[in-house]
Design a protein around this ligand. Structure first.
Ligand code: GDP
Ligand code: MG
Length: 782
């Protein structure tokens, strides 16, 4: 019997874990090991994937993968023995002289050494929240060298000469996705002076699995037990001192969201880093357990590879575990010779035989059985916390059989409605009025001061019109991002992935791709970056190629402009129509890709469903601020320059004489060359061609350039027919994403794919726009 055969609401004990390679390792790392108790929570509304609960957390996997896990049904959870609450205890003070972290092996680092920390933890353990608490708002956002994974660095508030790096959320040090590889390489190669390991205490078994591996890295570690507020609020407790003793590193209970315990955490972190107090214990194998097979194997391998690990600069214990698990990347770096490789294989085979489990499962099992011991001794869990009950209730609607999809459509509809009709639009009107008043003021002032007419023209018709029209879209873009981040932080997007997996699978993708695709409605740049969380290269590529079909917020100004001018009474219909059209064409493209470039199956879909949490106001505001800053920077760099250049090119001819009629300008001549290409679409006017070209710099500037070239809105309306406006809308919806997006595609997939995206999107856009025109004329539109 496999996990697939277990009915909803029933429990089973895992017998064997099948599958192979990275998937299997991932199963094991997520805690699916022989002997684990698993409860089947529910099937997704479309019947696949399935949600299971193990080690107190929820995981989804596809039926095909569940089929690989053999399990035997057990009678419904035997009641857990009730354990008394731990009496409140004074947490032991700082190291020096303290019982559990006496001054470590090393000397104090010389004064003035920069104390660098890595912030490591599972996804949704509160890393971002803690990072924001630790650094205030003063942080530097960039990318990890060579790869496009967000890298945030900052100094710890009030501590001189410290830096902390927020690593991508990971579940283990086995590289399953590229983010895990980034985090592992960061710890291995950059050797931070200390690690702050954030552990979600409401989900402690799985979180400690990563901790076990961090302790092997031979770098000072402090464990931050986050979400203590939820734990204690529901009658749970943790004997922190006992846990410190068992783990051999400082353990500090905190609540990142409520800023409790963060100071103490920093004190401990700085202390262990300053004195280089390595974890006191790295040896978690038990010689009495299962005949000590794993224990003997590990120690034999440690002796075998000791000098190699030292030479390669890899922590010994970590290298030994990885060598046993058969991690190619590490084994290659160890440079074992033929004999040693054979010995390694022999030792491991012997262990497999004695232990009755294969190598990966045996190592994972060794870690989990230590974790169970720690939790058994130190943790009293609340029966079912309010938050869990709440999550279950919410889930019964949001992933319910009949409610899930209507709710999803409703939620997205609400987000769009609030963004475009209520909040965003109100703010936009306000901002527009402000900018208009400012323009008039500047106009009058320049006129009164008798400023040179040309300069006057540049400032008012070029800069104020151009940048101003773009600036007024800031509220809409920011509002959209705000809602998307709320959905993501609350845990809803993960549910959407669960619900939609089966549909996306038809397109050759997995439910995870829904996240980047939804972010694509905000902006293609972060969407492309978000694909980093996808564990397979194939899925990543395909998702990246599909994001440009999701209409980004920067195109909104174009839609709004033309809908206002041409179809004021069908505003909503046309807007929604465009979004739907983008999705539809995207689906067609996906089906095409699946048949051609990306044959084969999507990768397995194994994903945690985090509990629902109220997103913190601080995180959301921080994000709002980052997005606004980003947008403003673009408005005042790329778009400003584009506007000035366009203004210049359309005001002068090739001999640099100011032209009377912009028809004679440099721009008109150059765009005129391209115009025949756009004539079939009804967009042969050089001014329109120019604006589309400038859209490659930034989509917002299509509107600003049109404003500059045509004068006011009336000018455009007079120069185009509604049908050509419609085909322009469709063209802008689908044609090449802006330079920034292309640059991020290039960083992810290389130059060839970036070029491909530009050409392919333009071709699709052209064809679609032509189709619109043809169909339109059939229906008698002009
Ligand atoms: P990350 O994925 O590790 O960066 O996690 P986030 O910082 O985004 O946090 C995930 C969720 O947990 C957010 O909704 C936070 O508001 C919430 N959260 C973070 N820390 C705490 C805490 O100490 N207590 C509670 N109750 N919630 C928290
Ligand atoms: Mg985060």
């Amino acid at each position: 019997m496999t996990l697939r055969d277990i009915k909803e609401g029933h429990s089973a004990r895992v017998r064997t874990v099948g599958g192979s390679g990275a998937l299997r390792q991932h199963f094991l790392d997520m805690g699916i090991i022989p002997g684990t108790l698993v409860r089947v929570v529910k099937y997704a509304p479309m019947g696949d994937p399935v949600e299971i609960c193990l080690h107190g957390y929820e995981l989804t996997l596809r039926l095909d993968d569940a089929d690989k896990i053999e399990a035997e049904p057990v009678a419904d959870d035997a009641p857990q023995p009730e354990r008394p609450a731990q009496p409140a205890q004074e947490h032991l003070g700082l190291g020096e002289g303290g019982r559990f972290h006496p001054r470590g092996s090393g000397e104090a680092l010389p004064d003035g050494t920069r104390l660098s920390f890595a912030l490591v933890g599972n996804q949704n353990s509160g890393k971002t929240t803690l990072f924001n608490q630790l650094t205030g708002a003063k942080q530097h956002v960039g990318n990890f060298p060579g790869v496009t994974v967000d890298r945030k660095d900052g100094a710890i508030l009030g501590r001189e000469n410290t830096s902390i790096t927020d690593l991508p959320g990971i579940y283990s040090m086995s590289p399953y996705s590229s983010e895990e590889l980034v985090s592992r390489d960061f710890v291995l190669n950059e050797k931070p002076k200390g690690i702050i390991n954030i552990v979600d205490v409401t989900n402690i078994e799985r979180n400690l699995y990563l901790t076990m591996q961090l302790l092997e890295m031979d770098i000072p570690v402090v464990v931050a037990l986050n979400m203590m507020d939820e734990m204690t609020g529901n009658g749970g407790s943790v004997d922190v001192n006992a846990m410190e003793a068992m783990l051999g590193v400082p353990v500090v209970p905190i609540s990142a969201a409520k800023n409790q315990g963060v100071h103490e955490l920093v004190d401990h972190a700085v202390h262990v880093a300053k004195y280089q107090e390595k974890p006191q214990r790295q040896d978690f194998c038990d010689e009495n357990e299962h005949g000590g097979a794993v224990h003997r194997c590990l120690h034999a391998v440690i002796h075998l590879i000791e000098d190699h690990a030292k030479a390669a600069g890899i922590p010994l214990r970590f290298a030994a575990c990885k060598a046993i698990e058969g991690d190619r990347l590490i084994i290659d770096r160890l440079r074992l010779d033929e004999n040693e490789r054979e010995t390694l294989e022999h030792i491991t085979l012997q262990m497999e035989k004695e232990r009755g489990l294969d190598r990966s499962a045996a190592v994972a099992d060794m870690r989990f059985s230590f974790i169970m011991k720690v939790c058994g001794r130190c943790v009293k869990k609340p029966a079912e916390s309010r938050e869990q009950t709440r999550s279950r209730r919410i889930d019964s609607v949001l992933t319910g059989k009949y409610t899930a999809i209507p709710v999803f459509i409703g939620v997205m509809g609400l987000v769009f409605y609030l963004t475009f009709n209520v909040i965003g639009a109100r703010l936009q009107e306000l901002l527009e009025a402000g900018i208009g008043a400012l323009t008039d003021l500047a106009d009058a002032a320049l006129g009164a001061a008798g400023v040179n007419e040309m300069l006057h023209g540049l400032i008012i018709d070029g800069i104020f019109e151009g940048v101003g029209s773009v600036l007024s879209f800031l509220p809409i873009i920011v509002t959209m991002f705000f809602f998307l981040s709320l959905l993501e932080d609350s845990g809803y997007i993960a549910r959407v992935a669960f619900v939609m997996d089966k549909l996306l699978r038809r397109l050759g993708l997995s439910g995870r791709s829904i996240v980047p695709l939804l972010i694509g409605f905000g902006c293609t740049v972060p969407a492309v970056m978000a694909t980093r969380t996808l564990p397979s290269q194939r899925d990543r590529k395909m998702t990246i190629l599909l994001t440009p079909f999701m209409s980004c917020t920067a195109k909104l100004p174009i839609y709004a402009f033309f809908v206002d001018a041409f179809f004021p009474r069908r505003k909503a219909l046309i807007m929604i129509g465009l979004y739907v059209l983008g999705i539809a064409v995207g689906i067609l493209a996906a089906l095409l890709y699946k048949k051609t470039m990306f044959k084969g199956e999507a990768v397995p879909f194994v994903m945690e469903l985090p509990s629902y949490r109220l997103p913190s106001a601080r995180n959301s505001l921080q994000l709002l601020w980052e997005k606004s800053k980003d947008f403003l920077q673009r408005a005042f760099s790329v778009i400003l320059i584009a506007t000035i250049v366009v203004w210049f090119l359309q005001s002068f001819d090739f001999r640099f004489n100011l032209v009377e009629d912009s028809r004679d300008s440099i721009l008109a001549t150059a765009s005129g060359l391209l115009a025949p290409l756009f004539s079939p679409l009804g967009l042969g006017d050089w001014r329109i061609v120019t604006s589309l070209l400038s859209g490659f710099m930034a989509k917002e500037s299509v509107v600003s350039v049109l404003e500059v070239l045509f004068g006011a809105q009336g000018g455009v309306a007079a120069a185009m027919s509604p049908l050509s406006a419609l085909s322009l809308l469709v063209f802008s919806l689908l044609y090449t994403p802006c330079v920034a997006a292309i640059a991020s595609v290039r960083r992810e997939l290389g130059r060839r794919w970036a070029l491909y995206v530009v050409i392919w999107q333009c071709a699709v856009a052209w064809a679609a726009a032509l189709l619109v025109r043809l169909i339109g004329s059939l229906f008698g539109l002009v």
